[in-house]
Structure formats: structure tokens, C-alpha cells
Design a protein around this ligand. Structure first.
Ligand code: SF4
Ligand code: SF4
Length: 281
């Protein structure tokens, strides 16, 4: 956990340059609300403090019995992390309101235009890796980031900005199958499998299918290879086999997966991802 006073995020200028290069694919929302991203206090009236939380997710990869998988952060079969973490953060926000009567709070779990990695970096003892992830040296990067904005004037927790710890390592850049990590700390999101297999509404092409390995929702590769993460590639066979996905009706998908993170892509997109991989198997 970190606590900081609202301030211009450390990496705002880099973010601005990245936006200017238009490497965000169809995620047009990233280019909006730049004023709020630069001045996060504007997200809550009289905001005096920002609390940042880094909450771990499992290193176990949710998999099908026939060798396919999805990104770890889905933590399937748990319900979508947005809902779970919002509930947790709201409990803390309620406590703050009790400790500081009359104060207001706002919880952000990927739900507001806020530079979460920058704020985490400025307040929690971690660093941004060459893969652009926020990394805690003793834990790694399998972390959800949450912010609680409050009008309460909380005492600061002392933090020193940590130097980047990657040294001469460049495993993430070398391992990225699409070349999305063009150089250290710079991603072309329009080439990233996490974008192409979830946010991108069209079908991925067969070339991309060949870069996906067996992961049909998201991509963990630039984190898997990172020496700061748990290198054991434990799997949990919690997903139905691939033929079942291809036969599934929308009603069945909604019933079984509608409350999970997989619902973000939807059945049609998941199926087209699977078909793109299968061309190569
Ligand atoms: S998530 Fe996958 S495709 Fe995206 S940058 Fe990392 S390794 Fe490359
Ligand atoms: S894989 Fe290496 S270069 Fe990439 S973030 Fe991890 S330590 Fe840094």
C-alpha cells in the first residue's frame, strides 16, 4: 500500500508522447481526459490524498485439459476482478470515512482515467520494468493496481523512488511474440496480444494466431519470462476443452462465464481467437 498527495504522475510526459504516437490501437479512451490523467485530484472534489494498493493475483495459469489457456489475471473461475477488488477497496474507503467524518472517497479499479502504474511507482517500493509492468522486487508483477482517492488529509507513508532493477536483462523484449515491446519501456499496444485477443473487436488474422501459442485470451509472456516472477509454470485445468467452447451457445456462455473476466471479450471473440490458433495446430 502507498499513500501520496495528488500530483502530476511521474510518467505523465512519457504517456503523452506515447499518445501522440497513436500506438493505442482502437482504445480511443486512452487519448481522452488527458487533463484528468495529469491532475488526478480533479477526479474527486477536494481530493487531498491518493491511496494506492497493489493486490496480488495467482501465478497459476487457468487452462483447458487439452493444452489451451487464458491470462493469469482472469483467475478463472473467480468472478471478474473489477467487482472483487472494488468490494475490498470500498471496505477500506468506508473505514476512511469513519476515521475522517465528512470525508469523501472514490475507488478506481481500471475505471477512471488515472495513470495507475505511475502512482503506484511514486508511492509503493517498486519499479516499472522494461515490459512496462509495475514490479515489486520481492514479489514480481502479477499485481492488480487500485487507487482510493479521498478528501481526508492522510499522513504520508515515506517512499523513495526505486531505480529500475532490470539491469542488462531484456528477456521480455526478446520473448514478445509480436514485437509489441519495440524498445525498453515502450509498447505498441496495437500489436499486443492482450489487446488483440480482448479489446480488438475484429477477428485476429492467422499470422497473429500463430503468435498466440495456446493462449486464447490475453498474453502473459512478457511477465512469464521476467526473473522477478515465479518461474514455475503451474497450471490449473479449470476451463472446458476447446471443442466445448466451439459448441457452446451464448446463453450457456453467459451462464457459466458472464460474471468472470472472460466476459469482457465475449464468446464470439473467444471462438475466433481459438480458430486463429487452430489454423496452426
Ligand atoms: S502481453 Fe504478450 S504481446 Fe503484449 S507485450 Fe507482453 S509479450 Fe508482447
Ligand atoms: S524480463 Fe527483464 S527486462 Fe523485462 S521487466 Fe523483467 S527484469 Fe526487466
Amino acid at each position: 500500500m502507498g499513500i501520496l498527495k495528488p500530483q502530476k504522475p511521474v510518467f505523465f510526459d512519457q504517456f503523452n508522447s506515447w499518445i501522440a504516437e497513436r500506438r493505442y490501437g482502437a482504445m480511443l479512451w486512452l487519448a481522452k481526459h488527458r487533463d484528468l490523467r495529469e491532475h488526478p485530484h480533479k477526479l474527486l472534489e477536494n481530493c487531498r490524498t491518493i491511496i494506492t494498493l497493489a493486490y496480488p493475483y495467482s501465478a497459476i495459469k487457468p487452462s483447458t485439459p487439452d493444452g489451451f489457456s487464458v491470462a493469469r489475471y482472469t483467475e478463472f473461475p473467480k468472478i471478474d476482478y473489477h467487482n472483487r477488488l472494488r468490494r475490498l477497496a470500498k471496505d477500506l474507503a468506508e473505514s476512511i470515512k469513519k476515521w475522517y467524518p465528512g470525508s469523501k472517497t472514490r475507488v478506481c479499479v481500471d475505471s477512471a482515467p488515472i495513470l495507475e502504474r505511475s502512482l503506484a511507482y511514486a508511492s509503493i517500493s517498486g519499479f516499472i520494468g522494461k515490459n512496462n509492468m509495475f514490479i515489486l522486487p520481492d514479489y514480481g508483477s502479477y499485481l492488480f493496481l487500485i487507487e482510493i482517492l479521498t478528501s481526508a488529509d492522510l499522513p504520508l507513508l515515506p517512499t523513495l523512488l526505486m531505480k529500475n532493477q532490470c539491469a542488462s536483462c531484456s528477456r521480455c523484449i526478446e520473448a514478445c511474440p509480436t514485437g509489441a515491446l519495440e524498445r525498453p519501456f515502450f509498447i505498441d499496444a496495437s500489436k499486443c496480444l492482450s489487446y488483440l485477443t480482448i479489446e480488438y473487436k475484429e477477428e485476429v488474422d492467422n499470422i497473429t494466431g500463430g503468435q498466440m501459442g495456446k493462449c486464447f485470451f490475453g498474453c502473459d509472456i512478457c511477465q512469464e519470462v521476467c526473473p522477478f516472477n515465479d518461474r514455475k509454470s503451474a497450471k490449473e485445468f479449470v476451463l472446458p476443452q476447446i471443442d466445448e467452447w466451439l459448441r457452446m451457445t451464448t446463453e450457456e456462455f453467459d451462464m457459466r462465464f458472464g460474471r468472470t473476466a472472460l466476459a469482457r471479450a465475449g464468446l464470439k471473440k473467444i471462438r475466433s481467437n481459438i480458430r486463429a490458433i487452430r489454423v496452426h495446430s
